[in-house]
Ligand binder design. Structure first.
Ligand code: URA
Length: 232
């Protein structure tokens, strides 16, 4: 693939802007300045530098962000900054978007991608991708509440009781819930329907991906789409 096309596909601006970066001597491969926009490279696995920052070519982007509280997942946030502001411009410009949403006050693992097929696979209720939530509750967690969460609680937008795939106490006022669907405010509404109140919410896993301990709030890293199995 031509260098200009590689930069364009990875979100470095318009074709003209990408050609401009190359002509200005701002693009390097293996330490060597690439000043010919038509220079050909094997794109897959290519590591290149733009203005001194190293990038690896990814045909599709899959990002794990440790979402801090105080950020909205909407592209057009109303009261708080968007999670998109935590990503560098090339990721935003190549059309990366959140896979589902976390509330403004929820922290933890947020996936973002520009792969529409993957978004569909991960958010479609048919695929039952498990998501793990760590809840801090206002009141002590009781066996009765956990049982109601496992057996199903009524939510006003669901025709049948909604069940947690797992619900376990992790402390006196903390519990771990595993859900395989993603309704609006689902965890908070389920915990309320079970007779408690969610005071803080953190997502620790999405499918096979868990939030790495060393990924600080606000930090992101590339994730391996193979964590979700082969494309279907
Ligand atoms: N359930 C909620 O209530 N909020 C979230 O952010 C995610 C799941």
């Amino acid at each position: 693939m031509r260098m200009a096309q590689i930069l364009f596909s990875q979100g470095f601006g318009s074709r003209r802007a990408c050609a401009g970066l190359i002509a200005a001597g701002l693009v390097r491969v293996a330490g060597r300045v690439i000043d010919d926009a038509a220079a050909e490279f094997e794109a897959e696995g290519l590591v290149f530098e733009v203005e001194g920052r190293a990038w690896r070519y990814h045909a599709k982007a899959l990002i794990v962000l440790h979402k801090p509280a105080g950020y909205e997942c909407s592209q057009k946030p109303r009261h708080h900054p968007s999670v998109m502001s935590l990503l560098p411009a090339p990721l935003r410009d190549r059309g990366v978007q959140p896979v589902g949403r976390l509330d403004e006050d929820t922290t933890g693992l947020l996936l973002l991608t520009d792969d529409g097929t993957l978004i569909h696979r991960l958010t479609s209720p048919r695929h039952h991708v498990p998501k793990v939530y760590e809840v801090t509750a206002r009141h002590p967690v009781t066996p009765g509440q956990l049982q109601r969460l496992r057996e199903g609680v009524l939510l006003d937008d669901a025709p049948a009781p909604v069940r947690a795939a797992a619900a376990d106490a992790t402390g006196e006022r903390t519990l771990r819930l595993v859900l395989t669907e993603g309704r609006y405010h689902q965890v908070k509404r389920m915990v309320a329907a079970a007779g408690n109140r969610c005071e803080a919410l953190h997502r620790s896993a999405f499918g096979a991906l868990t939030l790495a301990q060393d990924l600080e709030p606000g930090q992101w890293r590339w994730a391996d789409p193979r964590a979700f199995g082969p494309p279907r």
